[in-house]
Design a protein around this ligand. Structure first.
Ligand SMILES: Nc1ncnc2c1ncn2[C@@H]1O[C@H](COP(=O)(O)OP(=O)(O)OP(=O)(O)O)[C@@H](O)[C@H]1O
Length: 656
């Protein structure tokens, strides 16, 4: 695949041209995959898959479509035979003009009746296909969404898989369109077969000529489709990058910097340049398409001239009657029209099938990377959760985010994990909650290795409040209830969680209390501040933990970053209170004041466990923890000890 010529703006913003680096484009057979023959070879399987989906969706509708299409094909053949009878009566008949007109009547009536039957069958097929199409799209979309939600988190973090997730989203709409294209192609094939049959009966030389007329158009349409697909694939990253810039300019989160830093005008200029390079590609495609279609039409026209020439020669040589020639002209015209339509439909099928293939590839990969179902049940009583020399490295990283980390979380205790940015705290939380599996070492829940446990049961025992917890665009009540969606809850049931999180005043301020919609995207919805959202998040966590009696773990990752000092002290106090005999609490935070009361504190440093102990032990050890604690305490030291701004510690870039 040729490297697209992209704008300077893309290099400037993204450090180089963005590449579509999905598996197949690096594959040595990538070009082969896009040739016409391989497309044609893979099409029956893809059409078969779509038809199987249609069969599952509504087999009666599918059978109705097939029957009506076959019926239309037969009607077309009968219609041609009726035309032939008319031609014979008109051109080959004897007797007076009135007698010949009378002889025409049966043929004309038959042709009229066939036309009526044909249109009724076409209407039936349209209505049944209309029923089938949305169902197929729904099934394909549901498969896509179910597969996307069932894969391991590691797959979601994998850029290659993310791209596949992106591209496969077009599959369901293509599967829908494939139904229409399949129906039209079936129609084309049947009417072509019947026309070909009639033509062969009329004269054997007419059939090859019909094929000769339509072949160039078929070649042209396939070539155009193939070029377009290759272009879409090589340009997809660039188009996405342009769209990303466009979205940033309109997004609420960027609105302030867009204005104050004048990023708006800057990015708009880059957007324009990126869009221009994409337009140049569109223009190139259009020119290439025009040339291909022109060559195809010219070749087809030449074949048509040769056909009429041959017919003229056959008639003058007495090898063909005028009536047969008349029918043949009509049959060649309708035949080449249906062959042309068939080629267009096969071409559309080819194009759509490429997207359906991506959808299929995604489903296949998602199935391979899915969280395994089943496994041993998680023991009801767990004394502790143990991490034993666990190592984890992200797929696109050279160094491990966690390197042989060992820690123990006894039930009924509060464990704090501290460390600098990027030291591996969030990764550790993902391992503990079963979202990521250790690549080396073991995680044991009550003595059982997590690899052998039923993961859905592990998740059921985990309460998770992450720093980027989900702000669902639903009501306040539902935002809390989604902590355990399977558990019914009236606003009254949620009250204790609201009170626990100190979210009472936040809810009281909302126009409809817990029934208020929390999403700016909808009319009448309210937006909360970061700290208010954190209280709602805490209420959700409480709701989840209060609806579980089994032994489990509560993981809280930076829960107070947006809270004011008073709310923060209260929040830490509340989190500590969540420790219960059946629960181990793990707290990740940069706020050292929040961890000093933890039963045990672990300090992470570049993925390694640097030290652990109680606050007093770690302070006495005077290691990393003591240094971090002292650094934060110094911020609250008397004003005199704050460095003088006149003597900056960081060099001024504008200085000499
Ligand atoms: N999805 C990911 N893909 C690749 N690397 C990642 C991913 N998430 C984290 N990392 C890397 O793993 C290392 C540990 O990250 P992690 O988020 O666990 O740190 P952290 O201690 O939670 O940081 P912070 O305090 O900033 O939240 C970092 O070097 C980070 O860049």
């Amino acid at each position: 695949m040729a490297e697209p010529r992209v704008s300077d703006a893309e290099r400037e913003l993204f450090g180089g041209p963005l590449r579509y680096d999905m598996g197949w484009s690096q594959h040595e057979h990538a070009t082969l995959d896009l040739t016409m023959m391989s497309a044609l070879r893979s099409m029956p399987a893809l059409v078969g898959a779509t038809l199987r989906m249609a069969w599952t969706a509504d087999r009666r509708a599918l059978v109705a479509v097939a029957v009506s299409e076959v019926g239309q094909g037969i009607a077309a053949a009968v219609g041609l035979l009726a035309v032939n009878a008319v031609m014979h009566a008109l051109l080959g008949g004897t007797g007076s003009a009135v007698e010949r007109l009378h002889a025409l009547l049966p043929g004309l009536i038959a042709a009229g009746a066939v036309a009526v039957v044909n249109s009724a069958l076409a209407a039936w097929s349209t209505s049944r296909a209309g029923r089938l199409e949305p169902v197929v799209e729904r099934i394909a979309t549901t498969q896509y969404l179910a597969a996307a939600t069932s894969v391991e988190l590691e797959a979601i973090d994998d850029p290659d898989f993310r791209r596949l997730v992106d591209i496969a989203q077009y599959g369901p709409a293509s599967a829908r369109r494939m139904i229409g294209a399949c129906v039209a192609a079936l129609n084309g094939v049947i009417s072509l077969l019947t026309t070909a049959g009639v033509l062969t009966v009329l004269h054997p030389a007419l059939l090859p000529m019909l094929i000769l007329i339509a072949a160039p158009r078929g070649w042209g349409a396939m070539r155009v489709a193939q070029e377009r697909y290759v272009s879409v694939m090589s340009w997809i990253e660039h188009v996405r990058a342009g769209r990303l810039i466009g979205n940033l300019l309109t997004e609420r989160s960027a609105a302030q910097e867009v204005r104050v830093h004048a990023v708006g005008a800057f990015l708009l200029g880059r957007y324009r340049r990126m869009a221009e390079s994409a337009e140049a590609e569109q223009e190139r495609l259009a020119s290439s398409k025009a040339l291909t279609e022109w060559v195809a039409a010219a070749l087809s026209g030449l074949a048509m001239t040769a056909t009429y020439g041959t017919m003229f020669w056959l008639i003058t040589g007495g090898h063909m009657s005028l009536a047969v020639a008349g029918t043949a002209v009509i049959a060649v015209r309708t035949g080449s029209a249906s062959l042309g339509a068939l080629v267009m439909n096969v071409n559309q099928l080819h194009e759509e099938s490429l997207y359906v293939r991506d959808h299929g590839r995604f489903l296949e990969q998602a199935a391979r990377r899915a969280i395994p179902e089943g496994g041993a049940p998680v023991p009801d009583t767990i004394e502790e959760i143990v991490l034993d020399r666990v190592t984890y490295r992200y797929p696109d990283r050279d160094t491990p985010a966690l390197d042989r980390v060992t820690l123990t979380l006894p039930m009924g205790t509060v464990t704090a994990v501290v460390g600098e940015n990027g030291s591996g705290k969030s990764t550790l939380m993902k391992i503990l909650s079963g979202l990521l599996l250790p690549q080396d070492g073991t995680l044991r829940w009550g003595g059982e290795d997590i690899r052998g446990l039923d993961r859905s049961q592990v998740f059921d025992r985990v309460c998770l409040l992450t720093q980027d917890f989900q702000r669902w665009p639903v009501t306040a009540a539902m935002n809390i209830r989604l902590g355990r969606p399977g558990h019914d809850a009236s606003p009254q049931d949620l009250r204790s969680s609201v009170d626990y999180a100190g979210a009472g005043p936040v809810i009281a301020k909302l126009p409809d209390g817990l029934r208020s919609l929390l999403a700016r995207v909808f009319r009448g919805a309210i937006e909360l501040s970061g700290g208010e959202w954190q209280k709602v998040g805490l209420a959700r966590t409480h709701w989840r933990s209060s609806t579980s009696r089994a032994d489990g773990v509560l993981i809280v990752d930076e829960p107070t970053s947006a809270l004011d000092p008073e709310a923060e002290i209260e929040a830490f106090d509340r989190i500590r209170r969540l420790a219960a005999p059946n629960r181990a609490v793990v707290l990740v935070t940069h706020r050292m004041s929040g961890v000093r009361h933890a039963d045990r504190i672990y300090v992470l440093d570049h993925g390694h466990l640097a030290e652990h102990g109680t606050h007093d032990e770690l302070m006495a050890a005077e290691g990393r923890y003591a240094a971090m604690f002292a650094a934060q305490a110094a911020q609250y030291a008397p004003a005199g000890s704050i460095p003088n701004p006149a003597s900056p510690t960081v060099a001024d870039p504008s200085g000499p």
